[in-house]
Ligand binder design. Sequence first.
Ligand code: 5GP
Ligand code: ZN
Length: 117
Amino acid sequence: ETHATSSDCIFCAIATGTMDADIVKENDRIIAFRDINPQAEMHVLVIPRAHHGDVVQLAKAAPETLAELVTFADEIASELADGQFRFIFNSGPQAGQSVFHVHGHVLGGQRLGWTPA
Ligand code: 5GP
Ligand code: ZN
């Protein structure tokens, strides 16, 4: 579902400043912060401030914001690493989604393996 904010969503809390995060980049629509359990030398989460449950809901409701998440990922990878990155959206619990406010994982700063299962 899509709302401006959701009261029991931790990423809405980060987006509104209610919960602390190590913010690396932000603007009026998007905020990017370091993952608390990093899986690579660079592991940043990029989210829209508005609450959308997953990447498909975001794509349908605000495709321009999804596109802007991609350019954010590119800029973060250039600022924090060598400009190369992997950009992952887990969609659904079986795919590994545990927070139901859409977030892209920006991974890089090292050579990455490929072991999705
Ligand atoms: P998912 O499993 O939904 O694709 O990714 C959720 C990510 O959010 C995980 O990588 C997890 O480490 C991260 N995470 C969960 N809670 C917090 C938090 O409170 N702060 C930050 N910075 N990251 C969080
Ligand atoms: Zn939210």
